[in-house]
Design a protein around this ligand. Structure first.
Ligand SMILES: Cc1cc2nc3c(=O)[nH]c(=O)nc-3n(C[C@H](O)[C@H](O)[C@H](O)COP(=O)(O)OP(=O)(O)OC[C@H]3O[C@@H](n4cnc5c(N)ncnc54)[C@H](O)[C@@H]3O)c2cc1C
Length: 413
């Protein structure tokens, strides 16, 4: 990290409103933040290494994202939800958790909590496209693609990002506040001197859209089998999003199967409950590493999205947490701006960071504990798995608490 003032010799794009906030990463978290800031009257510039054409029409990546009630409300307020194709939003009415080879399941039903849906499933590339369209529509947002952040510095008045821009030009971009939204392996987080705890599960999630003969009736299944875990998430029509979690050294074998063999093995693992199955998309593999930043904020610096908290997907909280952080950070910055205070003021950022930590840390730790327990196939763990599920089923308040976590109502402000 450098302490010198920004060097004017480096070229920098200066068109548009000077940004109050510089955001690195135009993923769904960075873009949502830019829209939330624009609604709060704060100009931002978003630097993204991918070309703008990719942001406009992101490729399908196999991820289907379960969104909570609170996340939906935030997306609606940002005008992003309205840009999602209605026929690709699938309600999640029930979730059923099963263990090992047992036919017994622990059910969670949205109606138990007075709702029609526990949440909604939406393809990730549709969320990304909707975030991009909403950001493009805001005059206070400047998007810059083909720009890779390579350095970070700050002084009393500004923070800045050194970057390799379009045509390999060296650029420096400055603003009172830099926000890193550049994924769970955030390079800018590291450049800013902030570490992260990382938990490598040694597992890989293989995701693939499947079509099937039977109706899923809006029910998600999480099957903690012995040896691997299979989630079937209900998508629009007779389709489900399969999330198969396997030991990473088994992943190449699963990826090498022909589409027909893959569908057959998956259907077999699922007990043929959805009838004949076929693959309806490409398989994508995601090595599973959970990350949690040591700090979410520092002088003139903050982290959002996976750069702050990178969750294991089993409890489907990753992007939901990203949106909760975006909503609260934008609100904190709006207060600072209205009071005429510096947007990079460390004390104001710290209050936001403390609140976000209180929301996310218990679920981050709980999720990792669940993953450890349900991927441990030794006899004591098998007994503990069964006990945990049976206890949860017999304690309605515990089930309600879990349902509220699933819907995001527990964390709703
Ligand atoms: C299999 C799977 C299933 C999931 N299911 C769910 C779910 O059901 N519910 C849920 O809430 N979440 C889920 N998630 C998590 C969710 O996908 C992530 O939380 C979310 O995509 C993170 O968004 P982000 O914007 O923080 O990061 P990313 O999407 O990783 O975007 C980061 C951006 O930063 C850019 N970038 C990186 N480095 C630089 C640099 N140096 N300079 C410029 N740009 C840079 C990248 O190109 C990218 O565009 C799932 C994840 C996986 C893998």
């Amino acid at each position: 990290m450098t302490s010198a003032a920004p060097t004017p010799a480096l070229s920098s794009l200066t068109h548009g409103t000077p940004p109050g906030v510089l955001i690195v990463g135009a993923g769904p978290a960075g873009l949502a933040l830019s829209v939330a800031l624009a609604q709060a009257g704060i100009a931002s510039r978003v630097l993204e290494q991918a070309p703008l054409s990719t942001l406009e029409d992101p490729p399908e990546d196999g991820r289907d994202i379960a969104l909570t009630h609170r996340a939906r409300r935030i997306l609606e307020q940002l005008g992003i939800w309205q840009r999602l194709p209605a026929d690709e939003i699938a309600p999640l009415r029930q979730a059923k958790v099963s263990d090992g080879g047992s036919a017994w399941v622990l059910p969670f039903d949205a109606r138990d909590d007075g709702h029609e849906a526990l949440g909604w499933l939406v393809p990730n590339h549709r969320i990304r496209a909707a975030c991009h369209a909403a950001a493009r529509a805001e005059s206070l947002v400047t998007l810059q693609g083909d720009t890779r952040a390579t350095g970070f510095g700050r002084d009393g008045a500004n923070a800045w990002i050194d970057a390799t821009g379009p045509g390999a030009t060296a650029e420096r971009h400055a603003a009172p506040l830099v926000v890193a939204a550049d994924s769970r392996f955030s390079g800018v987080r590291r450049l800013a001197g902030i570490g992260a705890r990382m938990l490598d599960f040694g597992r890989t999630a293989i995701v693939c859209r499947m079509s099937h003969a039977a109706d899923h009736e809006g029910v998600a299944h999480e099957c903690f089998r012995y040896g691997n875990t299979l989630a079937m998430l209900p998508m629009a029509g007779h389709q489900s999003s399969a999330v198969l979690t396997v030991r990473s050294d088994d992943a190449p074998g699963w990826l090498a199967l022909s589409p027909a063999d893959f569908a057959h093995r998956l259907s077999e693992q699922f007990g043929h409950r959805l009838g004949a199955m076929e693959t309806a998309g490409e398989r994508h593999a995601y090595p599973l590493v959970a990350t949690y930043a040591h700090r979410f904020a520092d002088a003139r610096f903050a982290l959002v999205g996976d750069a702050a908290v990178g969750m294991h997907p089993v409890t489907a909280h990753g992007y939901n947490f990203g949106l909760y952080g975006v909503e609260r950070l934008a609100a904190a910055l709006q207060l600072a701006q209205e009071a005429g205070r510096d947007l990079g003021d460390a004390a104001a950022l710290q209050r936001w960071a403390d609140e976000h930590r209180r929301t996310t840390l218990p679920i981050y730790l709980g999720t990792n504990a669940i993953v450890r327990l349900f991927t441990d196939d030794r006899a004591p763990a098998r007994l503990a798995r069964t006990a945990v599920l049976r206890v949860a089923s017999r304690l309605p308040p515990l089930k309600t608490a879990i349902t509220r976590q699933l819907t995001g109502r527990a964390a709703a402000a």
